[in-house]
Design a binder for this molecule. Sequence first.
Ligand SMILES: Cc1ncc(COP(=O)(O)O)c(C=O)c1O
Length: 378
Amino acid sequence: MPAVPGRPPAHRPADATLRGRLPDFPWDRLEPYKATAAAHPDGIVDLSVGTPVDPVPEEVQKALVAAADSPGYPTVWGTPELRDAITGWCGRRLGARGLTHHNVLPIVGSKELVAWLPTQLGLGPGDVVAYPRLAYPTYEVGARLAGAGHVTYEDPLDLDPTHLRLLWLNSPSNPTGRVLSKDTLARVVAWAREHGVLLASDECYLELGWEADPASVLHPDVCGGSYEGVVAVHSLSKRSNLAGYRAAFLAGDAAVLGDLLQIRKHGGMMTSAPTQAAVVAALGDDVHVHAQRERYAARRAALRGALLRHGFRIEHSEASLYLWATRDESCWDTVAHLASLGILVAPGDFYGEAGERFVRVAMTATDERVAAAVARLG
Ligand SMILES: Cc1ncc(COP(=O)(O)O)c(C=O)c1O
């Protein structure tokens, strides 16, 4: 293509493009270990990613199918039934009081929101986004896509609030399974409000507490009954095995959600009508959540016991779908050791330098594969 004087070429150097702002995709580094594990005569046990493997609840599938004839465009804000289902669930399950439809917003799975929230809030150079020292990598991606700065924290109250615009909490945590107490959450809410920082609380593992009962920032003991400056992020992916549907929502500050609704309308970021109908069914039913919890509890007990007997130490892991485990060696040595047994796990340094001596072991494998892992760990 001939260069137009004064205009940059279409293919600029990578560091000047949106793509150039992003880190390398770390999962590619796991490929050789995946090949080793896959060579096991009884096949790989893949505990590296947290993707659900159990069936979508039947009543949710039926709701999706019943809404299959949906020729018109859905709305970004969702059907009134969907908004009712979200406010109802937040009241029943999170203890949130007085939420109206203006306090909720459906999203297309929570990953897209995490990745694009800083951009949709209008953040950019000079602004800072903060997230935990050990964290789901997409918080950093979101800051980078917006061209904003990013900083990690051990204790959010130690952060410099000067340029801080968005503070992520993630309790229960991916990757550590750590749960923050109501007191801690309340202190962070108060600090964020004092400094005019938006608090986004990623609560996608809230239904998966084992040795802790995770609380939402929307609980009155935490937010004082006001949603000012606070937004909770919830997902149906883990709770209802709906990762394939792309179903999640926000709940909290009506002013923030009103702005996001307008922006997301312009961007066409709506969930499909059949998915909206499926979410109504999923949020109205706790029975399947209980059954899914039982499955994970059994897998967790089996894997935990086997890892401990094999010489691992396990830290935190009181909730979520992961065991945060170490043999007090480099995470890559642990990954290699487990791969030689046909078991694939995620190295802790995918989630921050502080994880370099840990691995993350997901409970999202079938009972048969979990039993195989337990047998191999001896
Ligand atoms: C902490 C955290 N937030 C968000 C997500 C994204 O979930 P989804 O896009 O399926 O809602 C994940 C997925 O693993 C996660 O671990």
